[in-house]
Write a protein that binds this ligand. Structure first.
Ligand code: GLN
Length: 191
């Protein structure tokens, strides 16, 4: 059966996610951009892009997507701002209410001004060689809940985590052309 991946197209690097999943899926499925809450249950997997988490969260509320995303039973692939949205708690910001889909605490802009954006080859569980990770005003996870697998760490915290069908990244695996994480995500969805 052909798989369906939906990319949340409210703000952020939507087309980069669509391209990466289109490549990773090949003949095995198709990628759609979505802006309507009613589309959510039709996807096997959803990508929450990087961008500006406060803006995306505001637009999620406006589109009535909060509950449908929280009730979604497929896999979620979240990068950067998407990682912030997926979290249960944002450190040092009690006003920001994330979706609470993954039990973890996330710190926004965790690398400070000097290292706002940088690239690094990092060791990752489940990959046989380092991943060239692109960090852009990135968050990190500072706490993860029981049953969450840490796939990659940096001195500031956890940079890639997995729980069930969901994966969240502080960096941007949709940039740079290395699709190994996308394939791991799709494999677990049976695609
Ligand atoms: N700093 C942004 C935020 O917290 C995330 C940056 C990104 O997605 N590249 O929303």
């Amino acid at each position: 059966m052909a798989g369906r991946i939906g990319v949340l197209a409210l703000q952020g690097d939507v087309s980069e996610h669509a391209l990466a999943f289109t490549r990773a899926l090949g003949e095995k499925g198709e990628v759609s951009l979505f802006r309507d809450a009613s589309d959510i249950p039709t996807f096997d997997g959803i990508a929450l892009p990087g961008g500006e988490s406060t803006t995306i969260m505001r637009l999620i509320h406006k589109a009535g997507m909060q509950r449908p995303l929280q009730q979604y039973e497929g896999g979620i692939f979240a990068t950067c701002a998407g990682m912030v949205l997926l979290a249960s708690e944002v450190q040092d910001d009690s006003l920001f209410e994330p979706l609470g889909i993954m039990d973890m605490t996330v710190k926004r802009n965790a690398f400070g001004r000097q290292r706002e954006s940088f690239e690094a080859d990092i060791e990752c569980n489940g990959l046989s060689s380092p991943f060239h990770a692109i960090f852009i005003r990135a968050p990190v996870a500072t706490r993860v809940g029981y049953g969450t697998e840490v796939l990659a760490s940096v001195p500031q915290g956890y940079a890639a985590v997995r729980h069930g069908l969901h994966m969240a990244f502080a960096f941007h695996p949709e940039l740079g052309g290395d699709l190994r994480f996308h394939r791991l995500f799709l494999e677990r969805l049976g695609l």
